[in-house]
Ligand binder design. Structure first.
Ligand code: ZN
Length: 291
C-alpha cells in the first residue's frame, strides 16, 4: 500500500502532501513489466497523479495526467481518484535507455522533450476541465510544477523520485507537493524555497527511513506545520466486464458483426491492468441485439 500524508502550515497558508508510492510503482512494474527507465518515468507520473488526485475533494472526482514528449516510451497516462488510488497505461513499457551523464535513469530521454503534459480533471460536471502545457524538461516533476504555474496559477512545487534495483524491483518511490493557499503569504514562499533547496532528493529521504508524515512536515519546516491526516492508496483498476462491453458496443453494430463473423473469439485487454476479457462470437451477437 502507498501512504499519503497531508500537512498544513500553522497560518493555513501552505499545504504539503507527501506520498510513499513504493508499493504502487512496484505493482505498476509487475503489471506492465517495465524496463528500469520506464519504471522511473511512469513511476514518477503515477506518483504525481496520486498527489494531484489527493488534492481533489469529492468521491467521484478523477484526474488524468498524460505525458508525451516524442521519446521511445510513447504516451504515459495515469488516472487517479480523490484518495490518490492510481492506475497507469504506457505505450511501450519495454523501452529503455542507457543511464544519462549523471549516471541516473534517463527519464527525460525516454519521455522526450518535444510534446505536451495534459491534465484532465473530471469533477462530474458536463465538461471535464482540461489543461495542457508544452513539456519543459521531461523529468516530470518540473513539468508538473510548470503546469500549476501556467494552467492553474497556483504556486506549487513538486518533487518526485523512483529508485530501481538491479533486479528491476522498486527500491523506493515517492514524492511531495507543496501548494500555497490563497491569499498568498509572500514570507511563506521564502521559507518554502529555502526548505526545498535544503531538502535531499525524495529517494534519499525515503532511503533514510523518512515517512510521508516526516517529509510533509519537512516541506513546511519553519512554518509550524501540523499533520492533518494520512491514509493508504494503491494501484487500482476499476475495469470490469460491463465496462468492456460498453467499449465494444461503442464500435457500432457493423463493426461488431464483422468481429463476430471473422473470429470465434474476441479478446480485449485492459491497458491499465492487463486483465483480459474474451467474448465468443455468440456473446458478440447477443451484445449487438442489445444495442
Ligand atoms: Zn483494468
Amino acid at each position: 500500500m502507498g501512504i499519503i500524508a497531508r500537512a498544513l502550515s500553522a497560518d493555513g497558508s501552505a499545504l504539503c502532501f507527501a506520498v510513499d508510492s513504493t508499493d504502487i510503482v512496484q505493482r505498476l512494474h509487475e503489471i506492465h513489466k517495465t524496463s528500469a527507465t520506464a519504471s522511473a518515468a511512469a513511476g514518477r507520473l503515477v506518483t504525481a497523479a496520486s498527489l494531484m488526485g489527493a488534492l481533489m475533494k469529492n468521491e467521484t472526482d478523477r484526474i488524468t495526467v498524460r505525458i508525451n514528449g516524442g521519446g521511445p516510451v510513447g504516451t504515459i497516462t495515469a488516472v487517479a481518484d480523490y484518495m490518490g488510488n492510481v492506475k497507469c497505461s504506457i505505450d511501450d513499457p519495454f523501452a529503455d535507455l542507457p543511464v544519462n551523464k549523471q549516471g541516473k535513469l534517463d527519464v527525460s530521454g525516454i519521455v522526450g522533450t518535444d510534446g505536451y503534459l495534459a491534465v484532465i480533471r473530471d469533477l462530474g460536471l458536463k465538461e471535464p476541465y482540461a489543461g495542457q502545457i508544452p513539456i519543459i524538461s521531461g523529468e516530470i516533476a518540473m513539468d508538473i510544477t510548470q503546469y500549476y504555474a501556467v494552467s492553474e496559477q497556483i504556486p506549487t512545487v513538486c518533487a518526485l523520485g523512483v529508485l530501481v534495483d538491479t533486479d528491476l524491483k522498486i527500491k523506493c518511490a515517492g514524492g511531495y507537493m507543496i501548494q500555497l493557499v490563497p491569499p498568498i503569504n509572500e514570507s511563506a514562499i521564502d521559507v518554502i524555497e529555502r526548505n526545498i533547496k535544503d531538502m535531499q532528493s525524495v529517494t534519499e529521504l525515503l532511503s533514510a527511513g523518512l515517512t510521508p508524515e516526516k517529509i510533509a512536515l519537512k516541506g513546511l519546516e519553519g512554518l509550524g506545520g501540523d499533520i492533518l491526516d494520512k491514509w493508504e492508496a494503491e494501484y487500482y483498476c476499476n475495469c470490469s466486464r460491463e465496462r468492456t462491453e460498453r467499449v465494444l458496443a461503442a464500435l457500432g453494430k457493423e463493426e461488431l458483426l464483422n468481429l463476430a463473423e471473422e473470429q470465434s473469439e474476441t479478446e480485449l485487454c485492459c491497458h491499465f491492468c492487463e486483465k483480459k476479457y474474451s467474448f465468443t462470437s455468440e456473446q458478440i451477437r447477443q451484445l449487438i441485439s442489445r444495442i
